[in-house]
Design a binder for this molecule. Structure first.
Ligand SMILES: *Cc1c(COP(=O)(O)O)cnc(C)c1O
Length: 389
């Protein structure tokens, strides 16, 4: 089956739901069992279905089955947010005395979690240059357990050589985790690149409408899945059933939405690249991007999130420009139907590699509005920038 057919058909069984096309929102805490034997069977090890609401409902199972099918993994564990999925995946596999390698371009709140809490638990946290490739071998130690990649990074958009990193990690018996939120399960297949656990902020494109918090982690193998799911069951981690329904609903249109996000994002980035106010674009789908060749090799598309760097101008000019825009919202998150813009500061938090910007950095999420309106709004913004520079 081709991907778009899988997206439409996976995780649905109308015959089990009175013919309803979509799996309904199952609101359940208690799940009743008609006999002692069936109750005992529901608690047998490795059975995570229909045991208790916290462990999962049919809505949970539908969402998890669907994500695993699209991404090509063994199975998925859903969680309450993308950040919960990232931190829980780490905690499920790390023990005191272990060493973990995180990309220097990792999503900021994961860095904060690692520096504060993993360190507190006696886990050694070290960062690596996102562009390191196979040389990651030099940072792998006898106690290294996980190498964590995110490609492209959601502020700097550096593309990582994941197959090279994964080969070096696997040679040393080290697991590879990836934050695959940027590309979504549609445009990147982490398991074919050697990743062991792929994690998504489903809050972004999978839900796709800026109205729910949801995360998930998909494991390549049954063994990894059981370990991850068991940790989440023990810890009491579960996603809300309404959110899972919204995730499934968003997922059905993920491929068509992404096509438009990609087209508008590339068109906006190409237009910005010609602007005199702009120094550099951070978008791997542009041929001028240093990560373009790796992106072309490992991804089948680009989402609508990209960055750009202005020539050096005072902060007050950039602030005035951003305040003047009417079609670009300012706020955390991305992946909804609407356009966003955000000033970013990726440089100061890095420790393993230098990130230099010659001027202020901005990040755009290209929404589903008309490209001409989006350009016109930015063009007006650039007038304000000039007037305040
Ligand atoms: C937003 C984001 C997350 C966190 O997801 P939440 O659902 O907001 O917790 C993780 N990784 C990346 C790359 C993100 O952009």
């Amino acid at each position: 089956m081709k991907q778009d057919t899988t997206i439409v058909t996976t995780g649905r069984s109308p015959e089990d739901h009175h013919g309803a096309v979509n799996v309904p929102v199952y609101r359940a805490s208690t799940i009743l069992h008609p006999t002692v034997a069936e109750m005992e069977a529901s608690h047998s090890s490795g059975n995570f279905l229909n045991r208790y609401g916290r462990v999962g409902t049919p809505t949970t199972a539908a969402f998890e089955t669907a994500i695993a099918a699209i991404e090509g993994g063994f199975n998925t564990v859903s969680m309450s947010s993308g950040l919960a999925a990232l931190t829980s995946s780490l905690l499920a596999f790390l023990s005191t005395g272990d060493h973990v390698l995180l990309t220097d371009s990792i999503y900021g709140p994961v860095r904060r979690f690692a520096d504060v809490h993993l360190t507190r638990l006696g886990i050694e946290v070290e960062y690596f240059d996102p562009l390191i490739g196979g040389d990651i071998a030099k940072q792998i130690k006898a106690n290294t357990k996980i190498v964590f990649v995110e490609s492209p990074g959601s502020l700097t958009f550096e593309v990582q050589d994941i197959p090279a990193i994964a080969a070096a990690a696997h040679d040393a018996g080290v697991l590879v985790f990836m934050d695959n939120t940027w590309a979504s399960p549609v445009y990147c297949k982490p398991f074919s690149l050697g990743v062991d656990i792929s994690i998504h902020a489903c809050t972004k494109y999978i839900t796709g409408h800026s109205d729910a918090m949801l995360g998930c982690a998909t494991a390549a193998t049954e063994e990894l899945y059981i370990a991850l799911k068991t940790f989440c069951v023990h810890q009491g981690i579960c996603a809300g059933t309404e959110e899972l329904f919204l995730g499934l609903r968003g997922m059905r249109t993920l491929s068509v939405r992404l096509e438009r996000h990609m087209k508008t994002g590339i068109a906006l980035a190409s237009w910005l690249e010609q602007r005199p106010e702009v120094s550099r674009i951070l978008h791997p789908a542009l041929p001028s991007d240093p990560g373009h060749e790796l992106w072309k090799r490992d991804f089948s598309g680009a989402s609508g999130l990209f960055g750009f760097i202005l020539h050096d101008v005072p902060k007050k000019a950039v602030d005035a420009m951003l305040d003047s825009l009417s079609l670009y919202g300012m706020g955390a998150s991305w992946g909804g139907f609407e356009s966003l813009i955000l000033p970013t500061k990726p440089g100061p938090i890095r420790t393993a590699s230098e990130w230099k910007a010659e001027g202020p950095s901005l990040r755009i999420h290209a929404g589903l509005e008309d490209i001409e309106d989006l350009k016109a709004d930015l063009e007006k913004g650039f007038e304000v920038l000039k007037a305040n520079a």
